[in-house]
Design a protein. Structure first.
Length: 115
């Protein structure tokens, strides 16, 4: 069982930056691939970024490539999403995901980018 708690969301102007954090419980955090997803009002949840259990491989949606960076610190059981050059279309609730056969989700953190 893994519990995930996101933090770091907020209101930022276009062009600004935010760093999201996701703290995970459980001794097997380092075994999980981790990811970030987001859901804007009236839209389906979509993939944003993912990172392998070791941190050696990362994957990004085309819409965020070059602007967002996912990383993890297995010693702190935490995964991060550094978001730069934010755009109003990045406004959404951002969810942390842990995957090892099954998926675990956090409660989400709101990111609002004003134009």
């Amino acid at each position: 069982q893994v519990q995930l708690v996101e933090s770091g969301g907020g209101l930022v102007q276009a062009g600004g930056s935010l760093r999201l954090s996701c703290a995970a419980s459980g001794r097997t955090f380092s075994s999980y691939a981790m990811g970030w997803f987001r859901q804007a009002p009236g839209k389906e949840r979509e993939f944003v970024a993912a990172i392998s259990w070791s941190g050696g491989s990362t994957y990004y949606a085309d819409s965020v490539k070059g602007r967002f960076t996912i990383s993890r610190d297995n010693a702190k059981n935490t995964v991060y999403l550094q978001m730069n050059s934010l755009k109003p279309e990045d406004t959404a609730v951002y969810y942390c995901n842990a995957h090892l056969g099954i998926d675990y989700w956090g409660q989400g953190t709101q990111v609002t980018v004003s134009s």
